[in-house]
Design a protein around this ligand. Structure first.
Ligand code: LMR
Length: 334
């Protein structure tokens, strides 16, 4: 009896505290952590998801978006997701290796996607779906692929030919494929958390890096890089992932509403990614701190030649069948 009353009192106090707090009327809170700026394709899509999720669930779900590594850095956020401290993330496909899912690194293979349409065929087809499915064994549900774009390469020296990379320390994401790519160019790869990349460039801990223009500009990397080559040598995109226990524990109507919000946020992300990167490139150009180089067909052929061995070197890690399936799908006419 007394215990029952105490329980009731505790429940009432929690409810009151809840009403006063930001999570007010919400039954569920999704902490969505990411590492990039709010004004990037991922940052904007996360915000769009927040708005739609709250609207479609009539406020039963509250989404808290934490951009720019304010909650967790790269590696921490994956741990937090598995522990349930964060519910949703959108790490780049290059960052799933440390989780034990190496196959996503296939997306990092140099020059593997000739166009966004080719990429889309892979992410939206059986290969893309199969990869998301693999996350389940890690207690994670893969909800969608979000686009960013093709990468440019930067340093304080012009990077026209593979020999220009010799000995340069290049900041990379934690992907073995990107590591092999940098070594094939004669550079020294250095995996660094995204939150520390600009500072590492500024301090001269690393000499150069790669990223799509949207990340380069919003992190201010262009301010500390005198040259950038518009090489489009690799792709950077994301998988939106959620803690499986949390997801499976949601009532089905709430989950359905969130799936609808995610589908619309995904369409939005993929629609704005190209224009966001074009605008960022214009902004880098306008800033005047970085000389931008385009590759001649001969220079591009030299990059492709130098990077070809990465496929054979990495096939055992990623799976030769998977690499071949992606190459086949990507190679079809747009
Ligand atoms: C990077 O670390 O360079 C990117 O993965 C950052 C991001 O999430 O776009």
């Amino acid at each position: 009896m007394v215990l029952g009353r105490l329980r009731w009192l505790a429940g009432a106090l929690i409810a009151l505290a809840g009403l006063a707090g930001p999570a007010g009327a919400a039954d569920y809170v999704i902490r969505f952590s990411h590492v990039v700026a709010p004004n990037t394709p991922k940052g904007k899509a996360a915000e769009r998801f927040r708005e739609l999720a709250e609207r479609y669930t009539n406020g039963r779900v509250q989404v808290e978006v934490y951009p720019n590594s304010t909650l967790y850095k790269d590696r921490e956020e994956l741990e937090a997701l598995q522990l349930g401290a964060a519910q949703m993330l959108a790490p780049s496909l290059a960052k799933f290796g440390p989780l034990g899912i190496k196959e996503f690194e296939a997306f990092d293979l140099p020059f593997i996607f000739p166009s966004r349409a080719a990429l889309r065929r892979v992410t939206e087809g059986p290969v893309g779906r199969g990869l998301l499915e693999k996350l389940k064994e890690k207690g994670i549900v893969g909800l969608a692929y979000w686009d960013n774009g093709f990468k440019i390469m930067s340093a304080n020296v012009p990077l026209r030919l593979p020999e220009d990379f010799r000995g340069l320390r290049m900041r990379i994401q934690s992907s073995r494929v990107i590591e092999a790519q940098m070594r094939a160019l004669g550079a020294v790869p250095q995996a660094t958390a995204f939150s520390e990349a600009t500072q590492a460039l500024r301090a001269g801990v690393v000499d150069g890096t790669e990223n799509p223009p949207s990340n380069m500009y919003t992190q201010g990397m262009h301010e500390v890089q005198k040259h950038a080559t518009l090489s489009d040598h690799g792709y950077l995109g994301y998988a939106v992932i959620v803690n499986k226990k949390f997801w499976d524990g949601l009532p089905s109507d709430v989950r359905k509403a969130l799936e609808r919000a995610m589908a619309e946020a995904t369409a939005y992300a993929n629609a704005i990614a190209q224009e966001e990167n074009d605008a960022a490139l214009d902004a880098i150009r306008a800033a005047g701190t970085t000389d931008l180089h385009s590759l001649t067909p001969e220079e591009r052929a030299a990059w492709i030649r130098a990077l070809k061995p990465v496929y054979d070197e990495m096939a055992p890690r990623i799976g030769r069948d998977l690499v071949e399936a992606i190459v086949r799908e990507a190679g079809k006419a747009d």
